[in-house]
Design a protein around this ligand. Structure first.
Ligand code: DX5
Ligand code: ZN
Length: 224
């Protein structure tokens, strides 16, 4: 996989919301490929974050694709408002989507790219029957809910399994990883077959967040 296909998707969860416009402009100037927007409902995960209004605001502030990660129960309630608000990718959790095939189809009907994601305890096989229909497969490398958590080491083997599933089913889906991505963890994920990397704490806690985007990308280019 060429290094040019690496996507870095900074997570706005770690942004300064008093300076959201400045932070988004900084990420864009720093070479971010996508913006990752974590929507949490306080039910599926023990935290609350953003709704439609914030997605609309982000849409006005950038042309970067908005990669919306729905950590909510009954995600289908939000597909239409989030699509209208300007989401480009809508990713739902397998654990909250008993009718995943239908939900993936509905996201595509609304003109968005459809993603499905797996909590750390959910096996890759849960996506076997829909892999060919997905635009994005997200492997969670922390238990979702908070930024700044430690990367779960077993996620590397899981990414390799997800890559094998996508290849076996002829799926062209993006393979994304989310949680604890840093200079120390990104290379192993890239080697295992991930191409898209969410990073919150690693970018926003860095002295120079824009330079950190380049540094993360370089950790993949080094091994390409
Ligand atoms: C966690 C979120 C992540 C989070 C990643 O539930 O889905 O997107 O922002 O943050 P870091 O990179 O700090 O682990
Ligand atoms: Zn996320």
């Amino acid at each position: 996989m060429p290094a040019s296909s690496v996507r870095i998707a900074p997570s706005l969860l770690s942004a300064d919301f008093a300076r959201l416009a400045d932070d988004i402009a900084m990420l864009e100037a720093g070479g971010a490929d996508w913006l990752h927007v974590d929507v949490m409902d306080g039910v599926f995960v023990p935290n609350l974050t953003f709704g439609v209004k914030v997605i609309e605001t982000c849409r006005r502030l950038t042309r970067l694709p908005l990669d919306v990660h729905l950590m909510v129960v009954e995600p289908e309630k939000y597909f239409e408002p989030f699509a209208k608000a300007g989401a480009d990718v809508l990713t739902i959790h397998v654990e909250a989507a008993p009718h995943l095939h239908r939900q993936v189809g509905r996201i595509k009907e609304l003109g968005c790219r459809a993603g499905a994601t797996l909590n750390p305890s959910t096996p890759v096989g849960a996506l076997e029957e829909v892999a060919a229909d997905l635009d994005l497969l997200l492997v969670m490398s922390v238990n979702p809910g908070f930024g700044g958590q430690a990367f779960i080491g077993r996620s590397v083997a899981k990414i390799a399994k997800a890559r094998a599933l996508l290849d076996a089913t002829g799926s062209r889906a993006v393979l994304e990883v989310d949680g604890g991505i840093s200079r120390d963890t990104i290379t192993a994920c890239w080697r295992a077959g991930a191409d898209t990397f969410v990073a919150g704490n690693a970018i926003f806690a860095a002295a120079d967040p824009a330079a950190e985007i380049a540094a993360l990308r370089a950790r993949c280019a080094d091994v390409a």
